[in-house]
Design a protein around this ligand. Sequence first.
Ligand code: SF4
Length: 283
Amino acid sequence: MPFQIYEADAKSILSPVSGFLAQAGFTHSLTPARNCTFGCSYCYVPTMRVHGGLRKEDWEHWGAFTTFKTNAAQLLRRALKPDQVIYCSPLTDPYQPAEATRRLMPAILEAVIAAPPKVFVIQTRGPLILRDLDLLIALKARTRLRVSFSVTTNRDDVRRIFEPHCVSIEERWRTLRSLSDVGIETSATLAPILPCDPEILVDKAAAFSNGPVIADPFHVRSEKPSGATTRSVAAAICARHGWEEWLEPEFQREVLACMRSKAVTLRRHFGHGPAGFGLLALS
Ligand code: SF4
């Protein structure tokens, strides 16, 4: 998908967290850009609208462009404190396709290396993270670094339908292995859980990562009356393909139970919701 890249100075770079991330134990979030050029059909971010720091053009054209916070590293150098537990990023993927061109993350990682917080978690699905492997290795010597890598299904046909601009599932497993092989703490984040074989997905997650397995189903309004939720585009895809049960809370609970049981047999920590993401925030 063609996309545009814009740049703008931000007023601040670390945001104190509330809600889900605060419950999980994070203190701050770091979002290097506004809008995300992966443009996933289910992304909850555009449903947050102004509450996610977005402008109308962002939620109306999700994925069509991104606006990098040009002064992110400069701001970060002044904002970092040793007691912070930072999640990067809840509102965009730090290794989105546009990052290959703009290269904001190396300077951000250098700033974090220079003034390390207590915990630094990178949430991504982009193999582009391997470009910065040397910096990640340097960072893990300075703080509790975790890479939480999104893998949403074991089926690449399903992946292509819901997230056509993301890399294949196989490439994501390979990326996780490359990170794990150099001693970086890694988690496979199975979120949102797309139509899949839950046992195979957990089996692969345990094989290719070295940390807890974290999962979260689609957000649905009956379970989550307010706040961020799954985009309607994903619900329409489910309806078109006969996958509506993946949006039903009872079915979602069964899938999570199946995943947990598989993780237990593999002696791997498993969690979902804030408690699951809380496994990433532990110091
Ligand atoms: S990668 Fe994450 S932030 Fe970006 S569009 Fe997909 S779900 Fe949203």
